[in-house]
Ligand binder design. Structure first.
Ligand SMILES: *Cc1c(COP(=O)(O)O)cnc(C)c1O
Length: 384
C-alpha cells in the first residue's frame, strides 16, 4: 500500500467490541489478569509499560517506517534521552551533530556528562570530520538532518557506514522530514528518533516523541529504559497523534510547496540578506538534500539586512505568523532561535556553527501561500 493509505489504516482496526472506527482512548492504569498463570495473556499489565492506545500509534509508526518496532514517548526529549542512555555508559563516547535541537545539546552537555559520558560535537556534514572524531570507546553517532535551525544537511549513508565500521549505533533525528520525505533506516541508520510534537501531531495540540528501531534487539534496549525511567506517552496524546498522522503526507506536501514559494519570495526581496531552504538551488547542500530525501520540508531561515535589530522589527510586527516555539503545525510560526529554542547553546558555540544572532526561523504552515507572503511583505516594509 502507498504511504497515504498506510498513514490512515496501518496499525488500527475497528474496535472488536463496539465497531468504533477510531482506536479508543484506553484511560486505565492497570489491566485485570484472568489468572496468575495467564498473567500478561492479553499483553498489558500496567500503563507505564504498555497501553493499548499507545500501542496502536506504535504499530502505525512501525508500519510507516518499515522497521521492527517503535516506542512512543512523553516528549521528543524523552525519546532522545532514552536513545542515548540505552546505548551509552560511563566511559563511553558519542558523536553528535554540532547543529542540533537546543535541548539535545543541553541534555548532552549539562546532564549526561555528569555521568561520565563524553561527547564530541562534530560537523556531521563533513564525513571525514566524523571519521576523525571516532575513538575506541565511540558507541553512538547521533545526527540531525536537516538540522535545527541552520538546515545543515548530513549524508546519512556516509555516516551510517562510518558508524558500522566503528561498531557504533547510528541514530537519526528525523523530526524535520518524517518518514514521508526521508527514510534513514533505508540509508543504513539503526534508530530514528522523533519529536511527534511537530509534523506527526501537526496541530499544536500535544508534546510527544518516538524511537523507531531497525531490529527488535535495539527496541528492547530502548523500551527497557522507557519502562525503567517512566517516559511513555500518555493515551490521550497517542490518540491525538493517531489522528494527526492520517493527514501527514497531505500536510507535508502542501506545507513544503508553501515553503518553496516563500523561500523564492524572500530570496528575491531587496531587504533580505540571505535565505536558507534546502529546496533552493542556491542552498549549499541542495544536491545532497535532493538525493537523500523526496521532499525539502517546510522549515527555512533567513536574515533581514540590518541583522538582529531589523529582524526584531519584522518578528514583532508580522501578522498571521505567530511568534512562538514549536514547528511543523498547520499554523505558521516565526521563531528567533537565539533567544528561544537555542538559548541553551552558548554564544561562542552558536557563532561557531552558524546560528547567527539575526537568524529568523520560519515553520511554514498550511495557510494560503499568498497570505503568508503578503504578511511577510507588509512586515518587511516596516524595516528601514
Ligand atoms: C522539538 C524537537 C525536539 C524535542 O522534542 P520535544 O517534543 O519538544 O521534547 C527534538 N529534535 C528536534 C529536531 C526538534 O525540533
Amino acid at each position: 500500500m502507498g504511504f497515504t493509505t498506510d498513514q490512515i489504516h496501518a496499525g488500527v482496526t475497528p474496535d472488536p467490541v463496539t465497531g468504533s472506527i477510531l482506536t479508543p482512548i484506553y484511560q486505565s492504569t492497570t489491566y485485570v489478569q484472568p489468572s496468575v498463570d495467564e498473567y500478561l495473556s492479553r499483553g498489558f499489565s500496567y500503563s507505564r509499560t504498555a497501553n493499548p492506545t499507545v500501542k496502536a500509534l506504535e504499530a502505525k509508526l512501525t508500519e510507516l517506517e518499515g522497521c521492527a518496532a517503535t516506542a512512543a514517548f512523553s516528549t521528543g526529549m524523552a525519546a532522545i534521552h532514552a536513545t542515548l542512555v540505552a546505548f551509552l555508559s560511563a566511559g563511553d563516547h558519542a558523536i553528535i551533530s554540532d547543529v542540533a535541537y537546543g535541548g539535545t545539546y543541553r541534555l548532552c552537555t549539562q546532564v549526561l556528562t555528569r555521568f561520565g559520558v563524553e561527547f564530541t560535537f562534530a560537523d556531521t556534514s563533513k564525513p571525514e570530520e566524523v571519521k576523525a572524531a571516532v575513538r575506541d570507546n565511540t558507541k553512538m553517532i547521533l545526527t540531525e538532518t536537516p538540522a535545527n535551525p541552520t538546515m545543515k544537511c548530513t549524508d546519512l549513508a556516509a555516516i551510517s557506514e562510518i558508524a558500522r565500521a566503528a561498531g557504533a549505533v547510528h541514530a537519526v533525528d528525523n523530526t524535520f522530514l518524517t518518514p514521508y520525505f526521508q527514510r534513514p533506516l533505508e540509508l543504513g541508520a539503526d534508530l530514528v528518533v522523533y519529536s511527534t510534537t511537530k509534523y506527526m501531531d501537526g496541530h499544536n495540540a500535544t508534546v510527544g516523541g518516538a524511537v523507531v528501531s531497525k531490529t527488535a534487539e535495539l527496541d528492547e534496549k530502548v523500551r527497557f529504559i522507557q519502562n525503567s525511567t517512566g517516559s511513555i506517552m500518555s493515551p490521550q496524546v497517542a490518540w491525538l497523534t493517531l489522528q494527526g498522522i492520517k493527514t501527514l503526507s497531505i500536510r507535508m506536501d502542501r506545507q513544503s510547496a508553501n515553503a518553496m514559494a516563500i523561500a523564492k519570495f524572500l530570496e528575491a526581496h531587496p531587504k533580505v540578506a540571505q535565505v536558507a531552504y534546502p529546496g533552493l538551488e542556491s542552498f549549499s547542500q541542495h544536491e545532497l538534500a535532493s538525493r537523500q530525501a523526496t521532499g525539502y520540508g517546510a522549515m527555512l531561515w533567513f536574515e533581514v539586512k540590518g541583522g538582529l535589530d531589523a529582524g526584531k522589527i519584522l518578528m514583532d510586527n508580522v501578522k498571521l505568523w505567530s511568534l512562538a516555539e514549536n514547528l511543523g503545525s498547520v499554523e505558521s510560526l516565526i521563531t528567533h532561535p537565539v533567544t528561544m529554542t537555542h538559548a541553551a547553546v552558548e554564544k561562542a558555540e552558536r557563532d561557531r556553527v552558524g546560528i547567527i544572532d539575526g537568524l529568523v526561523r520560519l515553520s511554514v504552515g498550511l495557510e494560503d501561500a499568498e497570505d503568508l507572503i503578503a504578511a511577510l511583505d507588509d512586515a518587511l516594509k516596516l524595516v528601514p
